[in-house]
Design a protein around this ligand. Sequence first.
Ligand code: MTE
Length: 308
Amino acid sequence: MIIKNKADLADNDVTDFSIYQDRRQFMKTAAGVGIVAATGLPITQVNAKGVISPYSTDEKLTDYKDITSYCNFYEFGTGKSDPAKNAHTLITSPWTVTVEGECEKPGKYNLEDLLKPVSIEERIYRFRCVEGWSMVIPWMGFPLADLIKRMQPTSKAKYVYFETLHDTKQMPGQKRAVLDWPYTEGLRMDEAMNPLTLMGTGIYGKDLLNQNGAPLRLVVPWKYGFKNIKSIVKIRFAETQPVNSWQKANKHEYGFFSNVNPEVSHPRWSQRKERRIGQFRKIKTQKFNGYGEQVASLYKGMDLKKFY
Ligand code: MTE
């Protein structure tokens, strides 16, 4: 099998699903017999340590084309194909992230400074949208916990709040009041610190495309897709539970926790099954999207029908 150097890969090449799958298979075998370091496998920053993340699933990956063309990003329109068509107006460099609230290191950070000390790794996660479709996405990113620790939250910080850019020139969909802009989200501190929670910077070994939330987005695989806020410009450490955009839009349909739960239906969609994009037959949805072992303990004693 030929493993090409990243530098040798044309844009079309790297999007080719079979090459990527082959590479992953090679990685697994190579990691298993401990030869990765010796071969100096050329896969950009991905798996810099030469290890397949224990958190990654080995399910069939969703095609890069589907991940980048079937999107929800209402700042660029409400149709699934709108973001891929319209998100070119978003300027992602330079990019700053304001950190504020209950922490010792507030400030306005250039993205490069924020990323400098982190080690980007690959995580292949299931992704489940509340509308009933799902994907398997090879993310690149780093644990949100690493960033949080650097910002030194105070003992008052119980929640983390996130905000997307608000700029009608760059995000023309914000001219329409489909949501109360900017898009906002939040996590409880223990959810934010869970090792599964990532700040996403790429997909399939490449930087995020604008339609997928470049240059920085949240990835929380046991929650419905809408928790995965895109193009983040603000992070705030808060004492009280933030209200997210979808809760604000309709609190009967959307809650704060939004954990994937086949036992609790959305008023308009049963959550028992899902359709993997690219596959025909529906499959059963798993509680916490299959990540119960890692996260069920966070919700011990909570009535998840009430705290949906
Ligand atoms: N973030 C912002 N800023 N705006 C959005 O409209 N949509 C959410 C989430 N993050 C959204 C967002 C929803 S509903 C989903 S399902 C996921 O992004 C979709 O991510 P994807 O398009 O990369 O698959």
